[in-house]
Write a new protein. Structure first.
Length: 231
């Protein structure tokens, strides 16, 4: 039984600043991910890997097809779901870690990481403790925890982003280049936590360009080039 399944998904972008020009991007996207699996989207830049993640998360609407998320025995088709239902799925079932940290000015790194648990009514002390454990996992020095991460290096911000995105342990996780800007030690930390999430039964879809990381985490590799609308 798949935790996430895409069936005949297609996407066309409309270029409103170019007279409504329609640009087909993806067609016939078909794949599924079971609990405990990591599926890696492969292929050259520009073939639609990040667009597929945004379609799954509901940031983009697809023109055709179904994107079914299964959680607690309930199926939700993200392709046709109402915005309120998509927000509920994101809170309970679907996590998305992008390449970029949207840091709130003057908010500490520790509070930024703990915030997703606060929205789930986890007691503050527990949320802070779990956030600290995750920051340690990603080798973020404690001297930085109380500082806002807007001035951190790119690699430090990426580690804050990963700690925040992976703290809630969603049953379905989307990872967009999780090891970008990371050194070997922290790439290994990502590999470890992906393995842990798989053992816990998470279904993971990832974009990974690093060959070593991809070989370590991927159970399935899907070449997105086959879904290119212009192919």
């Amino acid at each position: 039984m798949f935790a996430l399944q895409l069936t005949d998904v297609a996407k066309t972008f409309t270029m409103h600043l170019q007279g409504g020009l329609r640009l087909p991007v993806l067609r016939n996207v078909n794949f599924g991910v079971a609990p405990g699996q990591c599926l890696v989207l492969a292929g050259p830049s520009g073939t639609g890997k990040s667009s597929i993640l945004k379609l799954i998360y509901g940031n983009y609407r697809c023109d055709e097809g179904r994107i079914v998320v299964r959680h607690n025995g309930v199926e939700v088709d993200i392709a046709g779901a109402a915005p309120r239902q998509i927000l509920s799925v994101r809170q309970k079932a679907l996590g998305y870690v992008t390449q970029f940290l949207r840091a709130v000015p003057r908010v500490s790194a520790l509070d930024i990481v703990a915030e997703p648990l606060a929205t789930k009514a986890v007691p503050h002390e527990e949320a802070i403790e779990r956030a600290g454990d995750m920051l340690r996992h990603f080798n973020v020095p404690e001297r930085l925890w109380g500082l806002p991460p807007a001035t951190f290096s790119g690699g430090e911000q990426q580690r804050i982003n990963l700690a925040r995105g992976l703290l809630s342990a969603h049953p379905i996780v989307l990872l967009d280049e999780p090891t970008a800007s990371l050194d070997a030690k922290n790439r290994a930390a990502v590999i470890d936590i992906v393995a842990e999430r798989k053992r816990q039964g998470a279904a993971i879809v990832a974009i990974v360009h690093d060959d070593e990381v991809r070989e370590a985490v991927a159970d399935i590799t899907v070449d997105v080039s086959q879904f290119a609308a212009a192919a």
